[in-house]
Design a binder for this molecule. Structure first.
Ligand SMILES: Cc1cc2nc3c(=O)[nH]c(=O)nc-3n(C[C@H](O)[C@H](O)[C@H](O)COP(=O)(O)O)c2cc1C
Length: 363
């Protein structure tokens, strides 16, 4: 199965990359990503000009999310330039995307120094506000400083993804990495009567499977608004099927971090190993075939009753307990009330054994 994906002259042997963060925060971790995780391209933790003051603890695991108050690389940019990057470059056998933050002034200092090591740049503007004229100036500055492809990372607090895409395209960026972590968010520790983790203001960023649907919508919005932009999809990926969904939404490559913090660093390799089977299951013979598949219009149910597949039903009653229209009863078997059923679809998606079906319009 051909897992290769290419964009802007970069050739990745598979579409999965680490998202910028602690798992690509120094030489040892980037080497792990190359030799053991075997990702398609490396992406560094964000390098910036100032030393970050990171409140500890700084990573909190919820059930399907991670909260963090990390800032950017704790290592000075000079350590990257003198130690990590020259050593990494020696046996680098795949593209290296260097993440840089944050202001126009930071870019002017860092991009020329990092350029000899980078195959591409990813630019975080997570801490510079939402003013598109500031983003535009930053993009124009970077375009003057490098010929390498660069991708502007979009933070979810940027309200209009389409306007962001238009702005950065006009200013000269190659694409967008969508999305950074979501915030501000916070958690409360009941025992301590305290805010769980965070910066001075108590707010932290949320990432992981809980934000996947926001990432998908943002990727799709950007690709619809500016089809010529490359999109790198990130946010909530945790399995091979997610990679396929992100590519269908419009991404050319996919990054992951939080799911590996929740499930283990072996997850990168597992997803890459699982991809061929998942592609085959959904009728694709390569990653490029997924990228070239247009999404069909929305799934719509015919306005009629759900159908029970009796031999699949385990009578767990979950559909009955959750039906918001009180339309499901149990009389020897699960039964749907035609007067009450709203064809909302909840029972179809919630059934653990796929025992409830609705007919799609056009099927
Ligand atoms: C602990 C932690 C540190 C992060 N550090 C950075 C960073 O330095 N630069 C950056 O652009 N994004 C950073 N991110 C955001 C991730 O790169 C990614 O955009 C976000 O977590 C969504 O992807 P995920 O759900 O796969 O983690 C960080 C996320 C976490 C959880």
């Amino acid at each position: 199965m051909n897992l290769k994906t290419t964009f802007d002259g970069l050739i990745l042997k598979n579409p999965l990359m680490p998202a910028s963060g602690p798992l690509s925060g120094d030489l040892e971790k980037l080497r792990f990503m190359q030799t053991e995780a075997d990702v398609g391209a490396l992406v560094t933790k964000t390098i910036s000009t100032k030393k970050p003051k990171i409140p500890k603890p700084c990573i909190y695991a919820g059930k399907d999310y991670i909260m963090n108050s990390e800032l950017w690389s704790e290592h000075p940019y000079q350590t990257w330039l003198d130690d990590f990057l020259p050593a990494l470059k020696k046996d680098l056998d795949r593209p290296l995307i260097i993440s840089v933050g944050y202001s126009k002034e930071d870019m002017s200092l860092l991009i020329p120094k990092l350029d000899p090591f980078a195959d591409a740049f990813e630019i975080s503007t997570h801490y510079v506000g939402t003013d598109l004229s500031v983003i535009s100036d930053t993009v124009k500055t970077i375009r003057r400083l490098t010929k390498k492809p660069f991708y502007m990372k979009i933070s979810p607090h940027m309200a209009d993804a389409a306007a962001y895409a238009k702005t950065i395209k006009e200013a000269g960026a190659n694409g967008v990495a969508a999305i950074n972590s979501l915030g501000p968010t916070m958690n409360i520790n009941l025992e301590n009567r305290a805010i769980e983790y965070g910066a001075d203001d108590g707010f932290v960023w949320t990432s992981g499977p809980a934000i996947k649907n926001l990432a998908l919508a943002t990727i799709y919005k950007i690709k619809q608004a500016e089809p010529s932009l490359t999109v790198i999809g990130v946010g909530g990926v945790s399995k091979a099927e997610d990679v396929i969904a992100f590519l269908l939404a419009g991404a050319s490559g996919v990054q992951m971090l939080s799911a590996a913090l929740l499930k283990g660093k072996g997850l990168y390799k597992k997803i890459i190993d699982d991809l061929p089977k998942a592609l085959e299951k959904y009728g694709f013979d390569s990653i490029e075939a997924v990228k070239n598949t247009p999404l069909k219009k929305n799934v719509l149910y015919e306005d009629r009753l759900p159908e029970l597949i009796e031999d699949k039903c385990i009578e767990c009653m979950l559909c009955l307990k959750t039906c918001p229209y009180f339309a499901i009863t149990f009389e020897d078997k699960i039964t749907f009330d035609p007067e009450k059923c709203f064809s909302c679809g909840l029972c179809v998606s919630i059934c653990p054994t796929d025992a409830i079906k609705m007919k799609y319009v056009g099927d």
